[in-house]
Design a protein around this ligand. Structure first.
Ligand code: PLP
Length: 397
């Protein structure tokens, strides 16, 4: 016997991509350039690696699920400063939990937060979306409700009916978004917090790209809650990660912060789930959360790459910088899977068809007709990829 909910999980986008590209031979004289996966290729901060080395001996000890107070303080200090949480600074004891990368925590949160026997059936999410939201909802025994993104790069949240809000237990938002990079504005965040409190659902904001921006720092749901005077962050939690901000995707280190009414039972859930963070990783994470210099250097590199990419692709593909995150979300001249396959065959550049990140609702998949390009490689490699794409587009036009 198996958990029948397992049958509801969909093939992961990268499995679909592997199938799409199987049997395709890219040019043998060109090195492959993968822009399909959002894995930062910039160097991790040396001070973080040093801290990891220095504290390796701590793997001889069991860590607690809650993490050390020093780590929770470092996270709270970062969030309080970054999001101007001066009226209601995060309490490291009650409102911060370290997690082993936000992926596991996003999944686990739904398991802890959702009541599978409730009359309310929905976990609401954008469409296209980070795939874990859907898997988390399905394994929690609820139904995903997909909100199509529009030309803004985010769903039109004001178009959602009260009947849907009333049937919602948990909502995932993503700001800046994956795959579009578009951040949510302060009014929309406030609107969503009010809906969560009116209709009694948990609002989980996935903000793992929030420190990657060009000019304006995107606002956090925590900041918006504080502006509304919700000093307990009522019904709101946020996920932050060191993976993108600090180029540490393999460290598996992030955090969840916000409403202690959810974090307390979530901590209990996590104790049984067994996902405490190694003390050596905690020490390295303290260094990463406490330093902004490397994050600004990272932003400088992304600014440069976005400026280059949009300049090089101008006139051949509609590539615009969304202002945050590290993805370009580009409308394709042919079906997006065909485009990705042909591009790979001719250039060795891998991009992700948007339809793999979305779901068809009433026959319409809002991810179809787009590809996602992760500008994660070093600047010279990204520039090379953009030139190859430009040359290919010029040859096919
Ligand atoms: C939108 C979004 N959320 C969460 C994650 C998970 O990041 P991590 O588990 O490395 O913190 C990713 C990773 O790509 C992502 O794109």
């Amino acid at each position: 016997m198996l958990n029948p909910d397992l049958d509801r999980l969909k093939a992961y986008p990268f499995e679909q991509l592997a199938t799409l590209l199987s049997g395709v031979s890219p040019p043998s004289d060109l090195a492959a350039i993968p822009l399909s996966i959002g894995e930062p290729q910039h160097a991790p901060p040396p001070a973080v690696l040093d801290a990891l080395h220095q504290h390796l001996g701590l793997i001889a000890k069991y860590p607690t699920t809650k993490g050390t107070l020093r780590l929770r303080e470092a996270i709270a200090d970062w969030a309080n400063a970054r999001f101007n949480l001066t009226h209601a600074p995060l309490d490291p004891d009650r409102q911060v939990i370290p997690v082993n990368g936000t992926r596991e925590a996003i999944f686990a949160l739904a398991q802890a937060a959702c009541d599978r026997d409730s009359a309310k059936r929905l976990v609401v999410m954008p469409n296209p979306f980070y795939q874990i939201y859907e898997g988390a909802a399905l394994m929690a025994g609820l139904d995903p409700h997909y909100l199509p993104i529009d030309a803004s790069g985010q769903p039109d949240y004001r178009a959602v009916s009260d009947a849907i809000w009333q049937n919602t237990q948990l909502m995932f938002i993503c700001t800046p978004g994956n795959p579009t990079g578009t951040p949510l504005d302060a009014d929309t965040l406030a609107f969503l917090i009010e809906k969560a409190n009116t209709h009694g659902f948990w609002l989980a904001s996935d903000e793992c790209y929030i420190d990657i921006y060009r000019d304006e720092p995107p606002q956090s749901i925590l900041e918006a809650a504080q502006h509304l005077g919700l000093s307990d962050y009522d019904r709101v939690v946020a996920f932050h990660s060191l993976s993108k901000r600090s180029n540490l995707p393999g460290l598996r280190s992030g955090c969840i912060t916000g409403d202690a009414r959810l974090l307390k039972p979530f901590l209990t859930y996590r104790t049984y789930h067994g996902c405490s963070m190694s003390l050596a990783v905690q020490e390295a994470s303290i260094v990463a959360w406490s330093d902004e210099t490397h994050v600004e250097q990272n932003r400088v590199a992304y600014r440069h790459k976005f400026a280059e990419a949009t300049r090089i692709l101008e006139g051949v593909l509609p590539a615009t910088d969304p202002g945050a995150g590290f993805y370009l979300w580009i409308q394709t001249p042919t079906a997006c899977d065909q485009f990705a396959r042909d591009l790979y065959a001719h250039t060795g550049v891998t991009v992700l068809p948007g339809q793999y990140l979305g779901r068809a609702v009433d026959g319409v998949n809002p991810g179809a007709g787009f590809v996602r390009l992760a500008l994660v490689a070093e600047p010279a490699t990204c520039t090379e990829a953009m030139h190859r794409i430009r040359d290919y587009m010029e040859q096919t036009q």
